[in-house]
Design a protein around this ligand. Structure first.
Ligand code: PMP
Length: 454
């Protein structure tokens, strides 16, 4: 950092960092990366890191998949860009929509493209507002989500996100309501069984709908496993308890599968893992294996038909982005789906998930300060606690999870601090040996930091 010509100093001078702990990055310097190999990334100094975060959950095929790069190159050579307005779209866009409906849990459906997960959630909200208004229910505008949910950063998707940091923006906007996070270990009352906890959350939903009026609610959004909220799988039976209530009141259930989609939980979709069929799916990240910024709204049969009817009524759906359905993004997504589903990546997640869980569980059992291991498939979190028995967290000022993540970085392992948790969501190509390297470095970092703070 002392050399003003260093990459770190240049990054620090010219970048407005997002979602970055500034004191820590000023002290340590940014990690400036040049290239990758499999699940590894390399910085400007040649140091190698095992990226146990898959970038931001998205680089599921690793950082040098030749087939994906070739698909991108071939499409750039053939037809490098087009939009999807005015009844025109690329052949790749048509093929991807067919493919997405085909691999979705829906018999039939329709797809709309965006550039990100945030925009896909915003688009879904606009679709719901559009279709309810068109059906004579213009008051149906409120959106239900949960505390700790992460749905994005645009004004609407940030309003859906259930995180206190959005208060600095004066968000959520009015009409975005957050229900209890279905994390039994943390939010279950003393003496309350998991079943009773789920029944309480179902009652809360029912009471909220009654209080607000079903005729004012546009939809309910949920990640099957909350990702950026700290990898929180739903309490047992949660979706089975809430879906009938939503159905009874005619409230669409939207599954935000930006992280869970395409294999992360061990099935194509997280909703399949948790046994529910939503009315629509939001996809992004893994959709292009992280190689292209792209999101998609996949409408199930009911919403697809109703949206089409609503659009026919005024002769258009007045919405879309310049790069919606970009041919290169679509070509990459077609290849990514093939790579994940047919080249053994999804199978690798299924095969190695029990090994990943067992290794992390062993680390938890050896540690005095890991209170909970939670997750599924290739998405896990270890929660640091001061006291295991009482689940008392460490004092926030100790920044325990940030220190663990920084120590991991020093050791050549990238993992992510989220609240008091450390998150691991490796690329789907991870081998047993790479997994062992991850366990070893993680445990070394945990031991070092806990010895310092406990
Ligand atoms: N939904 C979920 C579940 C996410 O995890 C994210 C991103 N982490 C988003 C939406 C927003 O996606 P993006 O960052 O592409 O806008």
């Amino acid at each position: 950092m002392n050399n003003p010509q260093s990459w770190e100093a240049r990054a620090d001078e010219y970048s407005l960092y997002g979602f970055t702990d500034l004191p820590s990055v000023h002290e340590r310097g940014a990690v400036v990366l040049t290239h990758g190999e499999g699940p590894y990334v390399f910085d400007v100094n040649g140091k190698r890191y095992l990226d146990a975060n898959s970038g931001l959950w998205n680089m599921v095929a690793g950082f040098d998949h030749k087939g994906l790069a070739d698909a991108a190159k071939a499409q750039y050579d053939r037809f490098p860009g087009y939009h999807a307005f005015f009844g025109r779209m690329s052949d790749q866009t048509v093929m991807l929509s067919e493919k997405l409906v085909d691999v979705s849990p829906f018999d039939h459906g329709r797809v709309f493209y965006t550039n990100s997960g945030s925009e896909a959630n915003d688009t879904m909200v606009k679709m719901l507002w559009f279709l309810h208004a068109s059906e004579g229910n213009p008051k149906r505008r409120k959106i239900l989500t949960r505390w700790n949910a992460y749905h994005g950063v645009t004004v609407v998707s940030a309003s859906m996100t259930g995180k206190p940091y959005n208060e600095v923006f004066g968000l959520p906007m009015e009409g975005f309501l957050h229900l209890t996070c279905p994390h039994y270990w943390r939010f279950g009352e003393p003496g309350e069984t998991e079943e009773q906890f789920v029944a309480r959350l179902a009652r809360e939903l029912e009471e909220t709908i009654e209080r607000e009026g079903a005729d004012t609610i546009a939809g309910f959004f949920a990640e099957p496993v909350m990702g950026a909220g700290g990898v929180i799988p739903p309490a047992k039976g949660y979706f089975q308890a809430i879906q009938p209530i939503l159905k009874k009141h005619g409230i669409p259930l939207i599954s935000d599968e930006v992280i869970c989609g395409f294999g992360r939980t061990g099935n194509t979709w997280g909703c399949q893992t948790y046994g529910f069929t939503p009315d629509a799916i939001i996809s992004s990240k893994n959709l292009t294996a992280g190689l292209f910024p792209m999101g998609a709204v996949i409408l199930g049969p009911d919403l697809a038909d109703r949206m089409q009817a609503a659009a026919e009524k005024i002769e258009e759906f007045p919405h879309g982005f310049t790069a919606s359905g970009h041919p290169v993004g679509c070509a990459i997504a077609l290849k990514a789906i093939d790579v994940v589903m047919n080249e053994g990546l999804a199978d690798n997640v299924k095969r190695l998930a029990p090994r990943l869980e067992a290794g992390l569980r062993a680390i938890m059992e050896r540690s005095e300060h890991i209170g909970e291991l939670r997750g599924i498939g290739f998405m896990w979190a270890l929660e640091a606690v001061k006291d295991k028995a009482t689940k008392t967290p460490f004092d926030g000022s100790l920044s325990v999870s940030e220190r663990i993540a920084n120590t991991c970085t020093d050791l050549g392992l990238i993992c992510r601090p989220l609240g008091q948790s450390i998150v691991l969501c490796p690329p789907f190509i991870l081998t047993e040996a790479q997994m062992d390297e991850m366990f070893e470095k993680l445990e070394q970092a945990l031991n070092k930091v806990f010895a310092e703070v406990a």
